[in-house]
Design a binder for this molecule. Structure first.
Ligand SMILES: [Mn+2]
Length: 424
């Protein structure tokens, strides 16, 4: 379904007076208002194709109604999100869950919704039907060169799909690791992974990036072959200028200082992109900003500071993606909440008094440093985000409009109550 323009206009008309009152209140204190609004408008976050259906836990899955049944319906869902929030103008595909059958038709459909193709994701963490060799004991690090070759070829195939659709990056996340001490020779596993990645790197086009995701735990219980940012960074450095580290917020050990990791990767020019989500205990893949909104703000504070230091374009300099799973909420509502939380954290980082913070840091004025950061964090920037969204043609309150317009009901009507999306 395409959302009719008049539906959004009607929704905004009803709320405009209240919005203006709030917007004028907060914007009076924002010195660089036009710049903040322009940056917020330009900032888009890619939606993962695997997060449009209901996710499960390892104990079960409780599907919702009207889930997208194929790639076309997934693009339609992202199109709906983008129409509502004007900040979800890209989809990140997962191969083989979303292999396009007709590139031209897929590109045209996406263009209708104003959707671009973000990073393509390979999958060597599970065996597919008819697959010759198993990934039970890993893929790119496998002791058997034939398994490594199969995994390398899969990644090259994923790049080919991405090239046809206009993607510019391959994201590699490996489940490779070990579950028991002694199972693996760490050095050999790392070396084999590097050699496999080098073969994949050779297949990258000149304007492509390879994003190397790390994860400290899961599904292996003892070691992960790309377990932390140091290991990803080492691989990216050895591979070359097209290889970067990708930070997934849920892939760290508890209480890791992710904002410091981000700062240093940016400094070294090796931060490639983000997978946003939130977590309480492990890689919970919850809605961004739902558990630790202050951490999300601190990360954006380092991102803005670090990108500005390198003269990077905030919107295009890094890959911004959500990587979440929704086992309770409507996936589209959850994604809207994630996008909103990310943009709120970004807006807060944009209004940090950067000069004053630099001065306070250089003077060891610890109290003032905290005052400056928390002044920004405790400012209700939601009217700024809403203003940017409305100006770009979106809804003042996307979640409420999604409900008022009965979008899920319409999707259930056309797709059915019992549909299951491919994905997690
Ligand atoms: Mn991820």
């Amino acid at each position: 379904m395409q959302l009719d323009r008049s539906v959004i206009d009607g929704h905004n008309q009803q709320r405009i007076k209240e919005h203006q009152r709030k917007f004028e209140f907060v914007s009076a204190d924002v010195a660089n208002l036009d710049e903040v609004l322009q940056k917020l408008t330009a900032f888009n976050i890619a939606i993962p194709s695997w997060a449009l259906g209901t996710g499960g836990t390892r104990f079960g899955r409780f599907s919702g109604g009207g889930e997208p049944r194929n790639l076309e319906e997934k693009i339609e869902d992202v199109g709906l999100l983008h129409a509502l929030n004007r900040s979800s103008g890209a989809i990140s595909l997962h191969i083989p869950w979303d292999i396009p059958k007709d590139y031209k038709a897929t590109r045209e459909l996406a263009a209708q919704y104003g959707i671009q193709f973000d990073a393509v994701n390979s999958n060597t963490f599970q065996d597919q039907p008819g697959q010759a060799l198993s990934y039970k004991f890993g893929s790119l690090h496998h002791v058997d060169p034939k398994v490594r070759k199969q995994a390398v070829e899969h990644n090259i195939e994923v790049i080919r799909h991405g090239v046809e659709l206009g993607s510019k990056a391959l994201t590699v996340w490996l489940a490779d690791g070990s579950s028991f001490p002694g199972q693996l020779n760490f050095r050999k596993a790392f070396q084999r992974t590097l050699e496999s990645l080098q073969e994949i790197y050779q297949a990258l086009h000149a304007d492509w990036k390879m994003l190397i995701e790390y994860k400290a735990f899961e599904p292996s219980f003892y070691s992960t072959t790309i377990g932390d940012w140091g290991q990803s960074f080492t691989l990216a450095n050895k591979l070359g200028p097209k290889a970067y580290t990708l930070v997934d917020l849920g892939h760290h050990l508890a209480n890791a200082n992710i904002e410091q990791i981000v700062s240093l990767l940016l400094m070294e020019g090796k931060l490639g992109g983000f997978h946003f989500n939130d977590s309480k205990y492990a890689d919970d893949d919850l809605t961004a900003g739902s558990i630790k909104p202050y951490q999300l703000f601190l990360i954006f504070n380092e991102l803005v500071e670090g990108m500005d230091a390198r003269g990077m374009d905030h919107a295009t300099g890094l890959g911004w993606m959500i990587d979440a799973s929704h086992n309770l909420k409507d996936p589209l509502e959850d994604l809207m909440q994630s996008v909103e939380a990310i943009k709120i954290a970004y807006a807060q980082a944009l209004i940090v008094d950067r000069d004053a913070l630099n001065t306070a840091q250089e003077q060891n004025d610890v109290t003032q440093c905290q005052e400056i950061l928390q002044q920004a964090f405790r400012t209700d920037v939601r009217p700024l985000v809403a203003q940017a969204r409305m100006t770009a043609g979106g809804a003042l309150d996307p979640v409420q409009l999604f409900r008022e317009a009965g979008i899920r009901k319409t999707l259930i009507g056309s797709r059915g109550e019992k549909t299951v999306a491919t994905g997690l």
